[in-house]
Ligand binder design. Structure first.
Ligand code: NAP
Length: 274
C-alpha cells in the first residue's frame, strides 16, 4: 500500500503525514514546492493548476488523500480523478465539508464525479476546524479581539488531528468504503465560550466580536480575493442559519476514543497566541 497525500502542508494534510508516519504507512507527499516537505518524506512537485505534474505524482501509488484548495473550481480535481482512475488507483479518500451533501458546491461536484467512477471512496465531512483559531485568527487574537459574523450560533468545532486520524483509518481500513463520515468535536461551543476559555488559559482577556455580514465584508475586503470573501460569507451565512448546531459520534465510532475538545485544543496551542 502506498498513499499519495495532497495538500501535505495544509491543516489536515500536515497532521495526516504525521499519523501515517506513526502507523508506518508508505506515503508520497504531493505539493507545489517539494522543498517544504518535512525531512525524510518522499515528496513530488504537484499543482492542481499544472496537469503536467499529475502523472509522476500518481506513479506507483494505489490510494489518494484528495483535498481541495479554498475557492478552487471543481474541474482540475475532476480531471485529476480521471487520471488517477485511468492509472488504476484503488481508493480515494476525499476531504469535503459538513452539510455539502445536498448542495452543488465545487467540493460536492468533485465527490459526485468520484461516485460515478469505478474506484473505492470515502468522503470525510468535518464541521469547522478548531485550528482556524490557531491559524487564520492568530493575529487578531494576539491583538485582543477576534470577529466572526455568526449571530450567536454554536459550532461543535473539530480538531484537525482527529480529522487526519479518521482520514488515515479510511485510507488503510476497508470498513469505511462508500461512506460519508461527518465529523464534529464533542463541545457545543459558542465563540464567546471559546474566548472565555482562551482568556482563562492565556491569563489575559481575548474578546469575541459577533459582527454583521456587512461589517465582516468591510473588514476583510482589502485582504481577501473577492471569490474567497464570497465563499467565507456564504459559509458564515450557513452558521447564522444554525447549520453548524449539531454533533455526531463519528470520530468516536472510527477511532474508539472521544474527539478532542475545547480545553485540550486551547492547551495544546497556547504558544501560538502568546
Ligand atoms: N477550515 C475549516 O474550518 C474547514 C471546515 C470544513 C472543511 N474544510 C475544507 O478543508 C479544505 C482545506 O484543507 P486544509 O485546511 O487541510 O488546507 P489549508 O490549510 O487550507 O491549506 C491549503 C493547502 O492547499 C495547498 N495548495 C494551494 N494551492 C494549491 C495548488 N494549486 N495545487 C496544489 N496544492 C495547493 C497548499 O499548499 P502550499 O504549501 O503550496 O500553499 C496547502 O497545503 C477545503 O476544501 C475546505 O473546504 C475546511
Amino acid at each position: 500500500m502506498k498513499i499519495l497525500v495532497t495538500t501535505p502542508t495544509g491543516k489536515v494534510g500536515s497532521e495526516l503525514v504525521r499519523v501515517l508516519a506513526a502507523k508506518g504507512v508508505t506515503r508520497r507527499l504531493a505539493l507545489r514546492d517539494p522543498a517544504k516537505a518535512p525531512s525524510g518524506e518522499e515528496a513530488v512537485a504537484f499543482d492542481y493548476l499544472k496537469p503536467e505534474t499529475w502523472s509522476a505524482a500518481l506513479e506507483g501509488v494505489d490510494r489518494v488523500y484528495l483535498a481541495s484548495v479554498g475557492d478552487q473550481p471543481a474541474d482540475p480535481e475532476k480531471a485529476f480523478v480521471d487520471l488517477a482512475v485511468s492509472k488504476g488507483i484503488l481508493r480515494i479518500v476525499k476531504l469535503g465539508a459538513a452539510g455539502i451533501e445536498n448542495t452543488d458546491v465545487p467540493l460536492r461536484q468533485v465527490e459526485k464525479h468520484i461516485e460515478s467512477k469505478s474506484v473505492q471512496w470515502t468522503f470525510v465531512h468535518p464541521t469547522w476546524f478548531w485550528q482556524n483559531f490557531s491559524t487564520a485568527h492568530v493575529a487578531s487574537i494576539k491583538s485582543g479581539a477576534f470577529a466572526e459574523p455568526v449571530g450567536g450560533r454554536w459550532t461543535a468545532f473539530v480538531d484537525t488531528r482527529d480529522i487526519a486520524a479518521v482520514v488515515a483509518e479510511a485510507l488503510v481500513s476497508d470498513a469505511w468504503v462508500g461512506q460519508i463520515l461527518t465529523l464534529t468535536g464533542p463541545d457545543k461551543t459558542t465563540r464567546v465560550q471559546f474566548a472565555v476559555e482562551l482568556s482563562r488559559q492565556l491569563g489575559r482577556e481575548v474578546k469575541f466580536l459577533d459582527v454583521t455580514d456587512e461589517q465582516f465584508r468591510a473588514a476583510v475586503r482589502d485582504f481577501l480575493p473577492a471569490s474567497y470573501l464570497e465563499l467565507l460569507a456564504a459559509l458564515y451565512s450557513w452558521v447564522r442559519a444554525g447549520a453548524t448546531e449539531f454533533t455526531t459520534d463519528t470520530v468516536e465510532n472510527v477511532l474508539g476514543r472521544k474527539p478532542i475538545g475545547l480545553e485540550r485544543f486551547v492547551a495544546d496551542h497556547l504558544e501560538v497566541w502568546r
